[in-house]
Write a protein that binds this ligand. Structure first.
Ligand code: NAI
Length: 697
């Protein structure tokens, strides 16, 4: 039973006990209703307190139950709340630490609520594409007023109990209790033992002097902000209903909205991302209790684009960082950029000046390897050249203390080869950050053949400290993200050859929800980066077909924003991408050279060719064990490549479309003589799942 029962004097205390946050799983719900029945039956009990053990009152639904029949088993949360309201003895919720989602709805079903200051209170359902489904949208406006309630429901953000308790006219909390909450709650319950009739939130009135105008305003604002997500507007509808409908009708309406949202692809995508994020930390052969090495000081090799950004992550987390470069000028430049980034944050009011000073004080620079020897972790971010990396790692092997972790930020090179430059390959790992490294959430953690388990566990834990989403990848060319993007870029090239303009491709995929299309992205990152990689890659794979348009572009010196011209034209000092006649002419000439008659290509075809190229390569990556699970690939794309969140990532999107349909479309693409039939051959895992009617998840 995940709820405990005891009697203190004449007060029954029901304590939710389902670590870590007292999620309202079946056993906990049953524990509450059994406790209520027992208290009702005991004549010596005059009042009841409900509280939570450990670190929370309750964090809401038990996510471990998601999708299982247990989640719906009676008593469901609505029945628990109905039983609370029907209890003839006063029930007091004693709220502390965390009171969220179903936990708050449960508390709102009690006759009274007392709370500790500092409690985080929230209805976060909107974050997984839902609205509160157990009365939250009907009861919260009754105790906090329409506007405060709607703000909380539509944002999903937690608010501290003392702030809520200070809201004028609030009825959420009957009392804030400093010190021993349970003792205070029991005393409060004793005071209310004879109070009759018992107050119920459902009987309170909800009023707003200007309801129609207010809700119109709310709909406009929320609609503009929520673009691809239906749930926020439904929050407005549900709260509006609380002002117009009788309580029970409002509850029915809330349930209808909740159930409909449950089946939307957007909510499925958000719930998938929520679970996928948690899954990334699970590595089957590296259990959660694997010991980790202490990381108290970090060294960086290279103060370029990546080195500076990576260093900021550790400074932000309060870890000292020493950066090594070949020349003083490079150090000065790198440190200057770090300072400029922090200054910009101060100007925007996002960082206090004293924090900036603290962070900069943690940073030191050097030209001598000797100064790195007390670091526990060193991250190399020098030029992407195996010869340069070899020299760096051989030196690191000589100078770093035993047990130090040696990491490379390489985006394409073989981490096993890099490890073999040292006599301690077990201490070598890839830490692949994304640019700008101080902003992007993704960190691909590259596990080499010989990487020790505790090194992997340490880097995963450290990734969490610096607030990254860490995804483990095996060693292969491009790892998870860039290996997939290669196929995506190849398709983008074929689309140009067959008749698209760069702007048409970008627009189509941006309409699908990508933050940026492949050509605008290329201009931002620098087209020369891909050019350099292609020279190596296609030398190794001479039979791999790809469009030469990107090479022709680079031969014209159009590397992107940094050279003032790329797939688009740019006006100096501005980032707006202007369609380019020079580029269109180049593409047309290339088509003519190939003897291709251009055709009109639909947005739908563009999107599916780009996205399914990711899906097919993703399936190979899972099959080969490079990624631990399909959902890890989704996290890579959601957090590192601007894949639209409301689609849940490429693999989740493919599941939503249905793998059978994905494969059927790929077979159609394979028949296009200008495309590459080999390209569209379904990966074995994809073909198998599609044939069996299964999905990646
Ligand atoms: P960058 O050219 O901006 O910076 C490299 C820095 O390393 C330069 O400041 C250079 O002076 C320094 N350097 C070169 N050889 C050195 C040596 N032997 N000792 C000390 N310092 C040395 O390059 P960027 O873009 O920062 O890339 C660095 C690494 O990060 C590469 O391996 C790259 O593939 C990888 N990477 C780059 C990403 C990007 O978007 N730029 C994204 C993810 C990884």
């Amino acid at each position: 039973m995940s709820a405990n029962y005891e009697v203190r004097g004449n007060v029954a205390v029901i304590t939710l006990d389902n670590p870590p946050v007292n999620g309202l799983g079946y056993e906990t719900r049953k524990g509450i209703t059994d406790g209520l029945a027992r208290a009702e039956a005991d004549a010596a009990v005059l009042a009841i307190v409900i509280t939570g053990a450990g670190k929370a009152f309750s964090g809401g639904a038990d996510i471990r139950e998601f999708g299982s029949p247990k989640a719906l088993a009676e008593p469901d949360l609505l029945s628990v709340i109905a039983q609370l309201e029907a209890t003839a003895k006063p029930v007091v919720a004693a709220i502390h630490s965390v009171c969220m989602g179903g936990g708050l709805e449960l508390a709102l079903g009690c006759h009274y609520r007392v709370a500790s200051p500092g409690t985080q209170v929230a209805l976060p359902e909107v974050k997984i594409g839902l609205i509160p489904g157990a009365g939250g949208t009907q009861r919260l406006p009754r105790v906090l007023g329409v506007e405060n309630a709607l703000n909380m429901i539509v944002s999903g953000e937690p608010v501290k109990s003392e702030l809520l308790a200070a809201a004028p006219g609030q009825k959420l909390f009957d009392k804030l209790i400093d010190g021993d909450l349970l003792a205070g709650a029991v005393r409060f319950a004793q005071e209310k033992a004879d109070a009759r009739p018992l107050p119920l939130v459902r009987n309170l009135k909800v009023e707003h002097p200007n309801a129609d105008a207010y809700f119109q305003f709310a709909r406009n604002t929320v609609g503009a902000m929520a673009k691809n997500f239906p749930a926020p507007l439904k929050c407005v509808d549900a709260v509006a209903a609380s002002t117009k409908m009788k309580f029970d009708d409002g509850m029915k309406f809330e349930r209808e909205l909740f159930t409909a949202l449950m089946f939307t692809p957007e909510s499925k995508a958000l719930r998938h991302a929520f679970m996928a994020e948690r899954a990334t930390t699970k590595i089957p052969d590296v259990p959660a209790d694997t010991p980790v090495r202490a990381i108290k000081k970090v060294a960086m090799i290279g103060a370029g684009t990546m080195g500076g950004g990576i260093a900021m992550n550790f400074l932000n987390a309060g870890l000292p960082v020493v950066i090594l470069e070949m020349k003083q000028e490079a150090l000065d430049k790198g440190v200057g950029i770090i300072r400029k980034n922090y200054d910009a944050q101060v100007k925007k009011g996002k960082l206090k000046q004293d924090k900036l000073d603290q962070r900069m004080a943690l940073l030191s620079t050097t030209l001598k390897y000797d100064d790195l020897k007390d670091a526990d972790l060193v991250i190399e971010a020098v030029f992407e050249d195996i010869g340069v990396k070899e020299q760096v790692f051989k030196t690191l092997d000589e100078v770093m203390k035993p047990g130090a972790i040696l990491a490379s930020n390489t985006s394409t090179l073989d981490v096993n080869k890099i490890a073999a430059f040292t006599k301690r390959p077990q201490d070598v790992i890839g830490m692949h950050f994304f640019s700008p490294a101080n902003v992007m959430k993704l960190l691909e953690v590259i596990r080499g053949e010989k990487t020790a388990k505790d090194v992997l566990a340490t880097v995963m834990a450290l990734g969490k400290t610096i607030k990254k989403t860490c995804v483990v990848s095996g060693v292969c060319d491009g790892f998870i993200g860039n290996r997939m993007i290669e196929q995506y870029s190849r398709q983008a090239g074929f689309l140009l050859e067959e008749g698209c303009t760069p702007q048409q491709v970008d627009k189509a995929i941006e309409k699908f929800g990508f933050a940026m299309g492949p050509f605008r992205m290329g201009d931002l990152a620098g087209n020369d980066v891909g050019w350099y990689i292609r020279k190596r890659r296609y030398q190794e794979k001479p039979n791999m077909r790809y469009s030469k348009t990107a090479d022709l572009l680079c031969e014209m010196g159009r590397f992107g924003q940094k050279t003032g011209a790329g797939w688009y034209d740019y006006v100096p000092g501005k980032r707006d991408a202007i369609p380019s006649k020079v580029v269109t002419d180049m593409i047309e000439k290339h088509r003519a050279d190939l003897g291709v008659t251009p055709r009109k290509i639909s947005d739908d075809e563009i999107v599916h060719r780009l996205v399914y190229s990711l899906v097919n390569e993703g399936a190979k990556i899972v099959d080969e064990g490079i990624a631990l699970r399909a959902s890890d690939i989704d996290m890579v794309y959601l957090t590192g490549y601007g894949f639209p969140l409301h689609r849940g990532g490429p693999m989740c999107y493919a599941d939503t479309v249905g793998l059978f349909n994905v494969v059927a479309t790929m077979k159609r693409f394979a028949k296009n003589p200008l495309d590459d039939a080999e390209f569209w051959k379904p990966a074995p895992l994809l073909a198998k799942l599609a044939a069996e009617g299964k999905s990646f998840s």
